[in-house]
Design a protein around this ligand. Structure first.
Ligand code: FPP
Length: 237
């Protein structure tokens, strides 16, 4: 483990990008890239636990990803199912708490059940919390939160002027999770792609050239070092 002289962020979020290109470079099907991406996730989630990161949020499937071929979508869903089954088995050992951000109703009943089981069975763990963004979109999240608030206003339970930033936050998927200090996007793309739009208001973004399946603990160390350099330059009184 690398020496970290600076602060370890409490919450790190990652856009796991570049699986397709990783596969293409090797002449492999895109699904093989996602399988390697799932391994990278495992590696980095474990490393976050070692470092003492409290929350890790990953973009596993966006509301836009349904536009991909049926074969690719089902490949990603299969990987998620396999990963969650294994995680349920390892749960007692790893003490990882799982939460899911997104509209799960569009997932298969079997996958929904795995998500519910993982969430329920890990609810008391506090070592590290992994938030899987599944069928997630940042705009969609804000629209849903607004709808729920509007319903409560219509039902006479709330007044419009009660709405504050804190109250709106409590209707989001991320309720009770502190905002991420650091958001990492590997693969050289420099976009937010509808990820954590509300929660990223003050986050530091670190964009990296490495493709997600190649992402190693040393790359996370480099992102954290960059985060600390920026903090030192702009932060603190
Ligand atoms: C983006 O790369 C990645 C995704 C849309 C899917 C992410 C899914 C995984 C990492 C597997 C999920 C499994 C677990 C257990 C976390 P891309 O396909 O857009 O890559 P490209 O930009 O190179 O085409």
């Amino acid at each position: 483990m690398a020496e970290h002289s600076g602060q370890i962020p409490c919450h790190i979020a990652i856009i796991m990008d570049g699986n397709g290109r990783w596969a293409k470079r090797r002449g492999l099907p895109r699904t093989a890239g996602h399988a390697a991406g799932a391994e990278a996730f495992r590696r980095i989630a474990n490393y976050c636990r070692t470092l003492g990161v409290k929350y890790l949020t990953v973009y596993a499937f966006s509301t836009e990803n349904w536009k991909r071929s049926a074969e690719e979508v089902s490949g990603i869903m299969k990987l998620l199912g396999k990963y969650l089954e294994e995680a349920l088995e390892d749960m007692e050992k790893n003490h990882v708490r799982f939460r899911f951000f997104g509209d799960l109703s569009r997932l298969s009943p079997a996958l929904q059940k795995l998500c519910q089981d993982a969430q329920a069975r890990s609810a008391d763990y506090s070592e590290v919390q992994v938030n899987f963004c599944l069928n997630y979109g940042g705009r969609d999240e804000i629209v849903r939160a607004s709808q729920r608030f509007a319903e409560e206003v219509a039902a006479g339970k709330r007044q419009p002027e009660e709405l504050t930033e804190e109250l709106l936050s409590s209707y989001l998927y991320s309720a009770n999770v502190p905002d991420p200090e650091l958001i990492i996007r590997p693969s050289g793309e420099m976009r937010t792609s509808n990820f954590l739009l509300w929660q990223s208001a003050y986050s530091e973004y670190v964009f990296m050239d490495v493709l997600w399946p190649d992402f190693q603990p040393k790359d996370l160390d480099a992102a954290i070092a960059e985060y600390n350099r920026r903090n030192r330059r702009f932060g603190g009184v």
